[in-house]
Design a protein around this ligand. Structure first.
Ligand SMILES: [Zn+2]
Length: 71
């Protein structure tokens, strides 16, 4: 299994980037969706957040589950 953990922030170059797990809020068609426990890398310097493939899968699955009528 391949991990895509970042060694440094692509945005500002900081090496203080760290992996956290916390809820992710997304707006989907005027609806606020909160996906619990999404792991991502966060840069404490510039506050940029980076989601890896797994995080995206989790978010997608959650959003699709919330809105089945989406074609
Ligand atoms: Zn940064």
């Amino acid at each position: 299994m391949k991990t895509s953990a970042l060694r440094h922030c692509p945005n500002c170059g900081s090496r203080a980037i760290k992996r956290v797990r916390k809820p992710f809020r997304a707006k989907l068609k005027a609806r606020l969706i909160v996906v619990p426990d999404v792991e991502r890398e966060i840069c404490p310097e510039c506050k940029e957040e980076y989601f890896d493939r797994e995080a995206n899968i989790v978010i997608d699955a959650y959003c699709f589950g919330m809105s089945r009528q989406r074609a």
